[in-house]
Design a binder for this molecule. Structure first.
Ligand code: SF4
Ligand code: SF4
Ligand code: FES
Length: 899
């Protein structure tokens, strides 16, 4: 829920203690913020209050003479000035006891075998309420469970009917395949029938449900108690938004990923790609040993060999490095320093590199405010240009779903209904929404809340955007060739943006259209000139696309051209699969011209299969490093565990260890590398402050990665040695691979576990927030890097060409388009087979669902034909990155033929 904070204006008393608070807030929020422990179930900080569970009962007194008071629900009660409350009053206490006893009558009390056990909000609230004895002696009501697909487990008997799940799933996230069903005394939360939960946010049910009804199925498959997990602060690597995560490890395997609250980014929720994308880290086929010429080689010898080849290459000018937007800044910087600036390429094809560079330029020069995910929630008019956000930046899509509620919040404000009164606000608002317009190549999962959608090829969408710019600023030229419908739509959009208080423009590099990006920038310029203060969110494709764009370097097409020209002996490829960047035949031919190919990667790819020297890299879970998200926020992620008997190490460490043999100084610690990267790249100078250095200590101690309840290491290694082994030492960060250390007051970037006395579940985050829904105490992690430059003039438009034959337009899948997450077992079951989408007008006699042969740019592949009324005429939608779909270029002609 979008929050607006007022300074404290009301004086209230809680159990005789005076507090100055914001009167527009409810007592539950305020009490939690003030540090009181008050039990609750149906209230959720992002979902607001519905007063359903009656667990947050308190006694309210009229004035100082009222000794009797009346029981009210704290989550439904505003903190009006001079109000007196008691949490400890006997009536409130007995009401809370009665409610929890009632809720627990049918609960199976199966905590010892429940995956939620030990980190369960219901357990915490039961203890907090003092319910310790079960008087109900009759048969419990039981339910059948459902198979909800690969992500979410279901154990309905544990339900306490708080309704959080359906409120999140349906009202907050817009899903419609999970519901509540009632018959007799059965109230059932699930699907109408077994089946895969369709929402891209289904995994949040695991955290939203206060008990163990919805559980993380991937975690349950190799379960370990939550307090035995070793955790570290992480940053999601599966898109450019940089949501914060808490991965948990035991026995050398990542067991689960949990949301790590970030006030400006993900808040309380992740998308399913971010939550379940971790499984590739446990894959059996990951490279784990260094290999030279397909044989084993000692790690030290491997690093020295790399250094030797780089030294030769530096001497002859015949070495090249290809970095990666999925690798850390430190790794990319180390590679660039090794091979030299002129020989470093950043691991994206030419078209994407041009878009990334333009995106950075726009963000620096636009008069618009750069919107974080949470800021996007407060927009009151949104225009999405070309992005299918549920596939390319899902958490931002969830934010836009909240943004359309701002019209309802305005109505609530006018009617004096508090914004946290969730049900009342929804009743008042009905279908009233703030305007959201989506211009894209085909229907998206946000269309149900959009005021209008428009389909077109990227060039068509850019023209419509140009017309909107013209309507906002008549000095700008009209767009050529628009029909009446498009012109009317442009008028609607221009009016909505111009009359909004907080308009937001969203675009990105998904369609690889510089024209679209430029029009996004032009729109912000026009709005600014019109006296409106716009915000902008531009999405690059990968977790560190922004970081690598700021670092600079050529593109892979240029790199391959140099290899093809015979100018290169040694090519060092960092965390990139060249076969995803260029057609296979081209890569094959280029690699054949090398003397040696060095590949550093955490996954096995077609490129690692060709490596002369293969160096196994750590995944996000085995490395520290810095990523820069879509708004230019540098965030550090931390190593969760030290991989056991393998050669796996951070990519930057392989490069650092090879540096002496190459005659290059890369330092010997992470901090040294960060300082060097920041010093060499003024645009990245701020990364030093993304998190405290390795020297940081909390009260003289390190911050433990393990919980204070951890079962310890002895049992894990008892088959080898009954003595407690010494934990691995961490020279790179202030975190310890241990349960010993200091936790209280850790800097937000270094909090590995949210836990507080009496608060063992994820709900404990309220003890770490400056205010409910606000930033973490000490500020949200990360440093915004993008300096602002003088505002640019309007970008000029390319000459418009009418649609010719069918042209390739990229489509994206939440599961499948991103390389790493698609390798996980659970997500792999959701990755579709290759398909191609065309408008039925282009069916050419082919039937829906038949298999066809596609050809484009000399490439041929098989695909299922999908006929879709919403697909832009003239466009052939090709899913990018899917296994079996070759690397075609956007905008080129595509032919569909019979098999
Ligand atoms: S399934 Fe969980 S979230 Fe849903 S009503 Fe039951 S206890 Fe609440
Ligand atoms: S929206 Fe992006 S960064 Fe956030 S959890 Fe999903 S994949 Fe990860
Ligand atoms: S949390 Fe207040 S009634 Fe449920």
């Amino acid at each position: 829920m979008t929050v607006s904070r007022k300074p404290p204006q009301a004086g209230i008393q809680i159990d005789g203690k005076a507090h100055a608070v914001d009167p527009s807030r409810n007592l539950l929020e305020v009490a939690l913020e003030l540090g009181y422990d008050l039990p609750y179930f149906c209230w959720h900080p992002a979902l607001g209050s519905v007063g359903a569970c009656r667990q947050c009962a308190v006694t309210q007194f009229k004035d100082e003479n009222d000794t009797q008071g009346r029981v009210v629900m704290a989550c439904m009660t505003p903190c009006a000035d001079k109000t007196r409350f008691s949490l400890a009053h006997a009536d409130a206490v007995s009401m809370r006891e009665a409610v929890i006893e009632f809720l627990m009558t049918n609960h199976p009390h199966d905590c010892p075998v429940c995956e939620e056990g030990g980190a369960c909000h219901l357990q915490d609230m039961t203890l907090m309420t003092g319910h310790a004895y079960r008087r109900f002696r009759h048969a419990k009501r039981t339910h059948m469970n459902q198979d909800l697909g690969p992500f979410v487990g279901h154990e309905m008997n544990r339900c306490i009917a708080c309704y959080r799940c359906v409120r999140f799933y349906r009202e907050y996230a817009g899903g419609d395949d999970l519901n509540v069903f009632g018959a007799h005394h059965h109230v059932y939360f699930g699907r109408a029938a077994d089946g895969v939960l369709e929402s891209p946010f289904s995994g949040n049910l695991v955290e939203v449900c206060p008990t163990g009804v919805f559980t993380d199925k991937t975690y349950g498959e190799s379960y370990t108690r939550k307090w035995d997990l070793q955790q570290a602060p992480g940053v999601c690597h599966h898109c450019a938004l940089g949501c914060n995560i808490m991965p948990g490890e035991r026995y050398g395997r990542i067991k689960r990923v949990e949301n790590r609250y970030h006030g400006a980014l993900n808040g309380y929720f992740l998308c399913d790609r971010g939550r379940y994308g971790y499984q590739y880290t446990n894959a059996d086929d990951r490279p784990r040993r260094a290999r030279l010429n397909d044989g084993p080689v000692a790690a030290e010898a491997a690093a020295a060999q790399l250094g030797e080849w780089v030294a030769q290459g530096r001497a002859t000018g015949r070495v090249l490095g290809i970095g990666s937007p999925r690798a850390s800044l430190e790794a990319n910087h180390a590679l660039r320093a090794l091979v030299g600036d002129a020989n470093f390429h950043r691991g994206v094809a030419a078209g994407e590199a041009a878009c990334d560079d333009l995106l950075v330029q726009i963000l620096r020069q636009t008069p618009a405010r750069l919107a974080s995910i949470r800021e996007a929630e407060s927009a009151d008019a949104v225009l999405v240009l070309g992005e299918d956000l549920l596939a390319t930046g899902a958490r931002l899509a969830l934010a836009l779903r909240q943004s359309v509620r701002n019209a309802g919040f305005a109505m609530a404000d006018a009617a004096n209904v508090p914004r946290w009164q969730d049900h009342s606000v929804r009743l008042l608002a009905q279908e009233t929404k703030t305007p959201l317009y989506i211009l894209g190549p085909r229907a998206t999962g946000l269309d149900d809340i959009a005021r209008r959608c428009h389909r077109g090829r990227p060039a068509d969408l850019a023209r419509l955007a140009q017309e909107i710019v013209h309507l906002l600023d008549y000095t700008q030229p009209r767009a050529p060739g628009l029909d009446d419908d498009a012109i009317h739509l442009a008028h609607d959009i221009a009016t909505a943006l111009k009359t909004a208080q907080r308009p937001l423009i969203v675009a990105g590099t998904a369609l690889e259209s510089t024209a679209l990006l430029q029009e996004a920038a032009n729109l912000c310029t026009a709005l600014d000139k019109a006296g409106v203060a716009p915000s902008i969110a531009l999405l690059p494709r990968s977790a560190n696309s922004m970081g690598t764009a700021l670092l600079g370097g050529g593109d892979t097409d240029a790199a391959l051209a140099r290899v093809e020209a015979g100018e290169v002996d040694t090519l060092v490829v960092l965390e990139s699969d060249l076969y995803r960047l260029a057609p296979g035949a081209r890569v094959d031919a280029a690699l054949a011209r090398l003397r040696q190919l060095v590949v550093i990667d955490a996954v096995s790819t077609e490129t690692t299969a060709k490596a002369t020297l293969l160096l196994p890299a750590g995944s996000f879970a085995e490395t520290d490093g810095t990523l820069v998200n879509h708004e230019g926020r540098a965030q550090r992620h931390f190593q969760v565990f030290v991989p056991g008997e393998t050669d796996i190490r951070e990519s930057w460490r392989w490069l650092q260890q090879s540096a002496p043999a190459a005659g290059v100084d890369l330092g010997d610690t992470l901090d040294a590398l960060i300082a060097q990267c920041a010093g060499a790249n003024p645009a990245l100078a701020g990364i030093v402050d993304a998190a405290p250095s390795a020297r940081f200590r909390l009260a003289g101690s390190r911050i433990p990665r393990q919980s204070h309840r951890s079962s310890g290491r002895t049992a894990m290694h008892a088959h080898r040695d009954i003595h407690e082994p010494r934990p691995p030492q961490d020279a790179d960060t202030p975190l310890a691979f241990s349960m010993e250390g200091a936790r209280s007051g850790a800097p937000p970037a270094e909090i590995p576990i949210f836990w507080a006395p009496r608060w063992n579940s994820v709900q404990s985050v309220n003890k770490f927030q400056h205010e409910i829904n606000g930033p973490l105490r000490g500020g949200d992690p990360g440093v915004l890097l993008l300096g602002r430059e003088a505002t640019a003039a309007y970008y000029a438009r390319p000459a418009w060409q009418a649609a010719g034959t069918l042209e390739v337009v990229w489509l994206y899948e939440l599961f499948g388009s991103e390389e790493l997450s698609a390798r996980g077992a659970a997500i792999a079951t959701r990755v579709p087979a290759p398909y191609v989408v065309v408008h039925p007008d282009h069916a050419n006699g082919f039937a829906q669902g038949c298999h066809v042969e596609c050809s484009s740019d000399g490439l041929r592949w098989m695909a299922e034909l999908r006929l879709d009324e919403t697909m832009a005429p003239g466009a052939a939608g090709v899913p990018r990155g899917l296994p079996g779909v070759p690397v075609v270029r956007a905008g080129v002609a595509l032919r569909v033929e019979a098999v």
